[in-house]
Design a protein around this ligand. Structure first.
Ligand SMILES: [Zn+2]
Length: 259
């Protein structure tokens, strides 16, 4: 599943924040970090392993070095095999957006948007561009559940199938095997109208395009739905800021009591 657009930037961000940033993606993030140590800092395998362990310990004092030995080793070997995947941005054209809008149902539109983005991402990374007699297409080979998670469209399996069936019937996609979809509404010639440069919450980019209030978190830059004028941060940063404030006031009170 598409997780990060620019791995090099992500590694730097992890080091800055001194913690893992994605949910349930420890192996993947360790691999990105290993790439940083190997390709940017020129470290060898043992030194890279050392650095990864250091990072994990800093992230959590519960980190078990012995139990995680394989994860660390695999991260280093994986990083040795493939370099950084750095995509600066994915462009979406007017024609593609117009096509998505014909669905006239925000849930369906979101799914089509996500499939378009994933297929473009795959095309950049793996060069999965194909052509058959009828048309040119890019491939998506994610599980339905992952596609719908990214699209933030909840619902039962029947709902999902209904949406996919509509996309197939109306010529958006073609299903070749169970988890293998051809995205057929790619516009290669058009100029980019919106550019995706951050993968976090990227479905909100589409919401913004159709007129919903979406801002960038003032702290981390992630897209956030603006609930009201006071919304400035994403939930995570909001929590972090609040914790810091609590700590500050605790210190202040502590001084007061001690005096
Ligand atoms: Zn944030």
């Amino acid at each position: 599943m598409i997780k990060v657009l620019n791995e090099e930037k992500h590694a730097q961000y992890m080091l800055e924040k001194k913690k893992f940033l994605l949910k349930r993606s420890m192996s993947y993030e360790l691999r990105i970090l290993a790439k940083h140590y190997i390709y940017n800092e020129g470290l060898n395998r043992p030194k890279t392993r050392e650095k990864l362990i250091e990072f994990c310990k800093e992230d959590s004092d519960k980190f078990d070095e012995i139990q995680c030995r394989n994860i660390i080793n695999n991260a280093v070997e994986g990083a040795k095999k493939y370099g950084f995947v750095n995509i600066e941005g994915i462009n979406i054209t007017q024609k593609e957006l117009d096509k998505i809008k014909t669905l006239n149902n925000i849930r369906h539109e979101r799914v089509a948007f996500i499939m378009l983005i994933i297929s473009k991402f795959n095309n950049y990374v793996y060069n999965f561009k194909h052509q058959d007699k009828e048309s040119e297409y890019y491939l998506v080979f994610d599980k339905l559940s992952d596609i719908f998670k990214l699209a933030k469209v909840s619902g039962k399996q029947e709902d999902r199938i209904k949406i996919m069936k509509r996309l197939i019937d109306e010529g958006f996609i073609y299903m070749s095997t169970a988890c293998n979809y051809k995205v057929l509404f790619i516009d290669e010639e058009g100029e980019g109208i919106i550019e995706l440069d951050d993968i976090r919450e990227f479905v909100l980019l589409y919401e913004k395009y159709v007129g919903c209030k979406v801002i960038k978190c003032k702290e981390c830059g992630q897209l956030v739905r603006q609930k009201n004028n006071r919304t400035k941060y994403c939930d995570e940063c909001k929590k972090e800021i609040k914790n810091k404030q609590n700590l500050k006031s605790w210190h202040k009170n502590k001084d007061k009591y001690e005096n």
